[in-house]
Design a protein around this ligand. Structure first.
Ligand code: ZN
Length: 151
């Protein structure tokens, strides 16, 4: 990856960690789960408003942790809002392959750019759990499991 591109990605990630999008607890959320990453101390609550047709009408989160965990949660809420449950799970599956270094590139439609920005964590294996924490909490919320730990 080119250095200036890497710098841009870092700026976007820093921006999301400093000013997380959808950082709130929607009163009409009907699915939620708590995620914990004991390796880093990251915690996250993910809130979803799921429509009857499987559409994610709203996605939000609250939590505290490192820049990667906050940025990934922030970007995730932007990505999955308006998607169906199946689409969101598929995007997460692709994202996991990216951060584990199993794929160099994935095509996830309009989510591709954001996912590729986070893909740099594959060079830092300790950070993979930070980057995927909110996503694990998302699938737990969909599965009506209240708690998820990366351990
Ligand atoms: Zn972390």
């Amino acid at each position: 990856m080119l250095d200036d591109l890497r710098e841009l990605y870092q700026e976007v990630i820093l921006d999301h960690s400093k000013r997380p999008r959808n950082f709130r607890h929607p009163e009409d959320a009907n699915h939620e789960a708590h995620g914990y990453n004991p390796l880093c101390g990251d915690t996250v609550n993910v809130y979803l408003k799921m429509g009857h047709n499987g559409l994610i009408e709203d996605a939000a989160f609250e939590g505290k942790g490192c820049a990667i965990s906050l940025a990934s949660a922030s970007m995730m809420t932007e990505i999955i809002k308006g998607k169906t449950e199946t689409e969101a799970r598929d995007i997460f599956t692709g994202f996991q392959k990216l951060v584990k270094g199993e794929e160099e590139f994935i095509d996830a439609g309009d989510a591709t750019d954001k996912l590729m920005m986070l893909a740099g964590v594959k060079e830092f294996p300790m950070r993979v759990k930070c980057a995927t924490l909110a996503w694990h909490a998302m699938t737990s919320a969909m599965d009506n499991e209240e708690e998820v730990s990366t351990e």
